[in-house]
Design a protein around this ligand. Structure first.
Ligand code: CDP
Ligand code: CDP
Length: 220
């Protein structure tokens, strides 16, 4: 099986790149962030503070997370309910970063991620894919851009979806999330030593895809 790992901070363009490469190569795209978002949604719905590890841990086996590919699109199921439309809010974004600090949560999701990669050729995006989840991935990419560029991208995306969070708030949330993701003790956001580093601040989506496709051709 072949695995490609794409890691980097929020809004760097990981999922856009991963989806494009997956359809080009015929691999399955796995969005691991959506799994942390789904866990966060369950706790938020239950009224459990996503920063309160002691309150969260006893409930870790009380819900079932399932990843299904429907017509080439990843859908997250929470206790049998398709929650794809509910996990992109700012509240769930921060909740995802909070639950992602807890090692027991990570281990539960990493098991699903490794199982998917053992059965399929995958392009997986996240924070710890190259360093922790799939250390033997054939290609690792660490995608970054300045916080302002990333926040602007997310802001435009939100606006298109009718989410009206002010730019300054999107930027502040993103910086807070990146800080927590980078500083957590277990499997933090970090580039693998053998990752290709790409800052795409001034690159369009298309330019980024062309660059990485060229790289893939070079390594065969
Ligand atoms: O997955 P990640 O959070 O890293 O980012 P994304 O969801 O792929 O990209 C966030 C937004 O930035 C999307 O709307 C992309 O179309 C946009 N984007 C961009 O404008 N220019 C790039 N070079 C990459 C992404
Ligand atoms: O789309 P965006 O880049 O904003 O976030 P995401 O990829 O959906 O991830 C949401 C949150 O889940 C991140 O801020 C991380 O805290 C966490 N996450 C993680 O810890 N490890 C991963 N492999 C993927 C996401």
């Amino acid at each position: 099986m072949i695995s490609i790992a794409i890691d980097g901070p929020a809004g760097a363009g990981k999922s856009t790149l991963a989806k494009a490469l997956a359809s080009k190569l015929g691999y399955i795209y796995i969005d691991t962030g959506a799994m942390y978002r789904t866990v966060a949604l369950w706790y938020i719905r239950k009224g459990i503070d996503t920063k309160d590890r002691d309150a969260m841990l006893p409930r870790l086996n009380d819900f079932v997370i399932d990843v299904r590919n429907i017509d080439g699109v990843q859908h997250m199921f929470l206790d049998g309910e398709d929650v794809n439309g509910l996990i992109r809010t700012p509240e769930v974004s921060m909740g995802a970063s909070n639950v992602a600090v807890v090692p027991e949560v990570r281990l539960k999701l990493v098991e699903i991620q490794r199982q998917l990669a053992s059965r399929n050729d995958v392009i997986m995006d996240g924070r710890d894919i190259g360093t922790y989840v799939l250390p033997n991935a054939q290609l690792k990419i660490f995608l970054s851009a300045t916080p302002e560029a990333r926040a602007r991208r997310r802001f435009l995306e939100n606006t298109a979806k009718g989410i009206e969070t002010p730019f300054e708030e999107v930027l502040a949330d993103m910086i807070a999330r990146d800080k927590q993701d980078t500083e957590r003790a277990f499997a933090p956001l970090k580039a693998a030593e053998d990752a290709v580093m790409l800052d795409n601040t001034t690159m369009t989506v298309e330019e980024t895809i062309v660059y990485i496709t060229g790289l893939l051709e070079k390594i065969g």
